[in-house]
Write a protein of this length. Structure first.
Length: 519
């Protein structure tokens, strides 16, 4: 479920830097009002003293509160509303104590106060400051000459102030959005550095996409020939299982073919790209805004796509963000791919390409646990090449290596993808057959032996060499052994029984011995 996206805040230092010009200008305007009111258009001695006092209080207030308390998160929320009411009352008092000739300076103060309030607060306190100040000023202006002109002036000033507040609010939102997107990229980059699993990278990418843009749908796809395998699909608050779609004629196909980003803000307009048609993925709705960026690396050929059911839901900043995420994701997936390849190679026998002793034992234990959980059988075949040392001594080690690789290739022909084969040591191999019963295991053992009897390799002089015979032992889990290691021991004992019986034999469980005469 999408997480709630928090608004990144500005630091105290950023607030101080932002409000400093308007605060200094406000202090200067306040000083001009006091000086002009006392020296040029004096009212009376009592009013002058009040005006001077009010001016000093205002200057001190601007300095103390806007330079000191604006940086304190503990006072900021309460202060924002208190500041709106206090400034409104102060501007009304200045209007009452000064001549109407100073209305322009008071208007300047109002706009500067609105700028300061909108910088350090959200829209509410700034709107309150403008509306309350204008209302109080107009109340005190009612008894003066030409009230209609005065009202028009103050309403015009209020409109300018409100426009200024809204402009600053929108700019702050844009800045926050930009900061949030940069934080998303930074956090994604930080997390994927330590991730070497493909699924973990996709999980982190899903979180980043969910937090980065407000999209109704998005997916991550990998190209496989003329198809795209969708690794991650989110559509209208739902996730979907992996799907495959043909790339021909699709917007994603265009991105793959051209290796360029594609930004379509309004799909209600005709798509002019050659040989491109729209197809649905997920729910049966058509996105009206669409962005796709290539995700290309050494071992990665993918795409990230986001869409919205609203037109013009994204902008170029969103496309830039998506491109950055794709670049980081491609690098992480490349690392995960290389790590998986290295890890996979460590599991394999270097000559035959089957699992090595250590990994096969680990895998067999996992298969045994799964068999118990599913209440299904697990069969094991232990296999050894007869007289292998004589073949090595007679035909050389290169021929011996070819015998080993040919044997493993034959085994793989007769087992399923869910089965496993490992080199237990030297010329001895072991085959695990999940969900296979004793009859099925015995049939597979016979097929392997039968196929080998028809094969031949060549020596260094290109002369044919018949493949050696093999001996095999079969055991069942959990009917005959309750642990993986005991299952191996049982199959190994039966293998040596087969050798003792003359080799080229299969030693099954006692209940299956009669099937050994199938050939």
């Amino acid at each position: 479920m999408p997480t709630k996206i928090s608004k990144p805040g500005f630091t105290p230092q950023e607030h101080r830097i932002s409000v400093r010009p308007s605060v200094i200008a406000g202090m200067a305007a306040l000083a001009i009002i006091v000086f002009t009111g006392v020296a040029i258009w004096p009212q009376n001695p009592g009013a002058n003293v009040t005006l001077i006092t009010l001016g000093i209080i205002g200057i001190v207030y601007l300095f103390v509160f806007n330079f000191l308390l604006v940086s304190s998160p503990h006072f900021r929320d309460i202060y924002n509303w208190f500041n709106a009411i206090f400034i409104a009352a102060g501007l009304a008092a200045l209007t009452f104590l000064t001549s109407s000739q100073l209305a322009l300076y008071i208007a300047v103060l109002l706009i500067l106060a609105a700028i300061t309030s909108s910088i350090i607060a959200e829209g509410g306190p700034a709107y309150l400051l403008v509306i309350l100040s204008t209302a109080l000023i107009m109340v005190f202006e009612r008894g003066r000459t030409v009230p209609m002109r005065s009202w028009v002036f103050h309403i015009s000033v209020a409109i300018i102030a409100l426009i200024t507040v809204e402009t600053i609010r929108q700019l702050k939102n844009l800045s926050r959005d930009r900061i949030r997107k940069l934080e998303t990229i930074t956090e994604f980059s930080r997390q994927i550095v330590s991730s070497l699993e493909t699924q973990q990278v996709l999980k982190l990418l899903n979180t980043a996409l969910r937090n980065a843009v407000e999209a109704d749908t998005y997916f991550v796809g990998m190209r496989e020939g003329d198809e795209m395998r969708l690794e991650l699909i989110y559509d209208d608050k739902q996730y979907y299982e992996n799907q495959r779609v043909k790339l021909e004629g699709t917007l994603s196909g265009w991105v793959f073919e051209n290796q360029e980003s594609l930004f379509l803000p309004d799909l209600r307009k005709d798509v002019t790209l050659p040989r491109v048609r729209l197809i649905l993925v997920g729910k049966h709705k058509t996105s009206l805004s669409w962005m796709g960026v290539p995700m290309r690396g050494t071992g990665v050929d993918g795409i990230i796509v986001i869409g919205s059911y609203r037109p013009n839901a994204f902008d170029r900043a969103d496309l830039e963000l998506l491109s950055n995420l794709a670049q980081h994701a491609a690098l992480a997936l490349d690392n995960a791919y290389r790590h998986s390849q290295v890890e996979f190679q460590t599991r394999l026998d270097s000559l035959t390409g089957v699992y090595n002793h250590g990994y096969f034992l680990k895998l067999l234990k996992q298969q045994a646990d799964q068999a118990l959980q599913d209440k299904q059988p697990l069969s094991l075949i232990m296999l050894d090449i007869d007289y292998f040392k004589q073949y090595n001594d007679t035909y050389g080690h290169l021929a011996g290596d070819e015998i080993l690789t040919s044997l493993c290739a034959t085994i793989k022909q007769h087992i399923k993808a869910s089965d496993a084969v490992g080199r237990w040591g030297g010329e001895e191999f072991v085959i695990s057959l999940p969900n296979a019963n004793a009859d099925q295991a015995l049939q597979i053992a016979h097929r392997i032996r039968s196929t080998l009897s028809t094969l031949a390799i060549q020596n260094h002089e290109k002369d044919p060499i018949h493949m050696p015979t093999i001996s095999q032992g079969v055991a069942m889990f959990p009917d005959e052994a309750t642990e993986a290691i005991k299952l191996i021991d049982l199959a190994d004992r039966r293998l040596y029984i087969a050798k003792a019986r003359g080799r080229n034999q299969i030693e099954p469980s006692p209940d299956q011995k009669q099937l050994d005469k199938i050939e």
